[in-house]
Design a protein around this ligand. Structure first.
Ligand code: FMN
Length: 287
């Protein structure tokens, strides 16, 4: 056994990645009878410090996929807040049933760049932040069965491995290396659409100024003194829409809505979760 403590580290505006990292790190800790600690770097308030990990830690590190990559406004934090010391790691991404393209390889490469040893990786299909119609209620039972097989295989590997060197070759995951650009969103007519400037609107009579949207915004785009104002650059993560207890937040940008409709029309097939350990893709089920 080469590990003494498990960490689950995540950025997760609408909780899919949080749930998945907690599941993998938490179950791994249980199976290995080790302590577990979770580190959430979703909001600016969470990012006031950096974290160093040791040679006997194992870190499960996850982000969602935004436009086929690590969310671009969050990449600088991934690159500066975390440092390993030949620390074993599991690279994880979630994605909303379209494609994860380069997000998993980007997470893996950032871990390598910061002195982690990512020996395993997973891309988990989850309900899309933009719409309940894509990957509705996923991960479901079949996904969870596969995720548990992945956790079991990692736990056995850690248990039976005596030498750290056996984990030193980074996991092989799909994606472009060197990385290529971000996925360009398409509208319902199949043409590229730009909605970088889209921001959440507020149904003013429904807003009770509880402040939850401003507090949960990962980039502090929303005015803390007047939550109906969005002076900062919105990353469209939907945290404010999901956290609003009166349902007062919404997006009405036409191009954004056209992209959502395109996704709903074209990505109804069931995207598979994918798992990787060492040089191999691991297939635990049919779907
Ligand atoms: C701005 C944005 C871009 C996204 N881009 C993609 C994508 O390229 N491919 C995909 O399958 N899902 C995409 N999604 C869906 C999310 O990856 C998915 O819902 C994820 O599980 C959300 O994670 P969270 O719950 O931790 O915030 C995107 C979501 C957002 C908000």
């Amino acid at each position: 056994m080469v590990v003494n403590k498990i960490y689950g580290v995540f950025f997760s505006p609408v909780n899919n990645t949080r749930t998945m990292v907690k599941k993998v790190a938490g179950e791994l800790a249980k199976r290995l009878q080790l302590p577990v600690e979770f580190i959430d770097f979703t909001t600016p308030a969470d990012r006031g410090q950096g974290w160093k990990f040791g040679k006997e830690d194992l870190v499960v590190f996850g982000t969602p996929t935004f436009a086929g990559r690590i969310p671009n406004k969050i990449l600088p934090y991934v690159q500066t807040l975390f440092e390993g010391d030949e620390t074993l790691a599991v690279a994880m991404v979630t994605f909303g049933n379209r494609n994860f393209e380069n997000s998993l390889i980007e997470v893996k490469n950032e871990l390598v760049n910061h002195n982690f040893s990512p020996f395993a990786g997973a891309a988990i299909a989850c309900q899309h932040s933009f719409t309940e119609k894509l990957a509705t209620a996923r991960p479901d039972e079949e996904d969870l069965r596969q995720i548990e097989s992945f956790i079991e295989e990692i736990a056995q590997l850690v248990q039976k491995t005596e030498k750290k060197e056996d984990f030193m070759t980074p996991v092989v995951v799909p994606g472009d290396d060197p990385l290529t650009g971000y996925y360009v969103p398409l509208g319902v007519d199949g043409q590229p659409v730009q909605f970088l400037k889209a921001k959440p609107k507020t149904i003013e009579e429904d807003c009770d100024h509880c402040g939850a949207c401003a507090a949960h915004c990962p980039v502090e785009a929303i005015d803390f003194n007047d939550e109906t104002k969005v002076p900062g650059t919105c990353i469209k993560c939907q945290a404010c829409v999901k956290v609003c207890h009166t349902g007062a937040k919404y997006f009405d940008d036409e191009k954004f809505l056209s992209h959502v409709k395109m996704l709903e029309e074209n990505y109804t097939r069931r995207a598979k979760p994918q798992f990787f350990i060492g040089a191999k893709e691991k297939v635990y089920g049919n779907t």
